[in-house]
Design a protein. Structure first.
Length: 265
């Protein structure tokens, strides 16, 4: 694809108020692919051209050969306005942290989830990262850029839970309350695993902060008997992700600015 066609794809996207991430979700490709199209490094296939033309309400010929000035799709504007309104309404209800102690411990803040029950420990973030610890072992699904990777169990990954089990048994046999309190050690597994994933992907939101909050809350409550007002710590969960999202957005804006400058040059 020549540079002129790439610039035309860029102008149509901007005229219809889509970011590269928005467009990637609409047509089912990665953000990197769209970036390469707009820089003229690669070309969308026929299916993607059809999807783009349909989305912009133009013909494929207009998309490839261009017009004097891309026109904004009025339907896109209406859909965008409705989606923004719906998102705002949903955020008002979903951003409030919810804590439940029914059949376990469940913390949902509208974006991320932490569920601790007899079936195991399950942590899921809004970006798709998941950590599950159960009878079948440890399963970690992380997100690296636009791609989801799965960490397969190995002896190295089993080392941490094995150490936790051994320590738990020692505490149980040596100390009077070891069995009742020692199980908190198992919360260290997703905390350590997610911290490693956060460092490797350079993504602080990958850290299982809600699990850390639960671990602190239960440790203070069970060791010191302070349950109130320690529960206030759960309110830091959305604050943590607001900060990490701001850092991520700043990084994305910087990348987008660099891409825009590349397209202009």
């Amino acid at each position: 694809m020549n540079k002129e066609t790439g610039e035309r794809l860029f102008r149509y996207r901007k005229a219809n108020h889509y970011s590269q991430e928005d467009l990637s979700e609409k047509i089912g490709v990665s953000r990197q692919a769209i970036s390469k199209w707009e820089r003229g490094e690669s070309s969308p296939d026929t299916d993607n051209l059809i999807e783009l033309a349909r989305l912009y309400n133009i013909t494929i010929d207009e998309l490839i050969n261009g017009t004097d000035e891309p026109e904004t799709n009025q339907q896109t504007d209406n859909d965008e306005a409705k989606r923004t309104q719906n998102d705002d309404n949903e955020k008002e209800n979903e951003n409030e942290p919810k804590v439940s102690f029914t059949n376990g411990i469940h913390v949902h803040d509208g974006k991320d989830k932490v569920d601790i029950s007899f079936s195991g420990i399950h942590v899921e973030t809004k970006n798709g990262e998941r950590v599950h610890i159960g009878g079948s072992g440890i399963e970690v699904d992380g997100v690296d850029e636009d791609y989801i990777f799965k960490r397969k169990p190995s002896w190295m990954h089993a080392l941490l839970p094995i150490c936790a089990i051994i320590t738990y048994l020692i505490l149980g046999f040596v100390f009077e309350k070891g069995w009742a309190i020692g199980w908190l050690l198992f919360l260290l597994i997703p905390i350590i695993e997610s911290s490693i994933a956060a460092v490797k992907t350079n993504n602080p939101s990958a850290f299982a902060y809600p699990v850390l909050v639960v671990a602190i809350y239960l440790t203070v409550g069970m060791l010191m008997g302070i349950w109130h007002p320690t529960w206030i710590i759960f309110l830091t969960i959305p604050i943590y992700y607001i900060i990490t999202d701001a850092i991520k957005q700043k990084k994305m804006d910087k990348e987008h600015k660099a891409e825009t400058n590349d397209n202009i040059n």
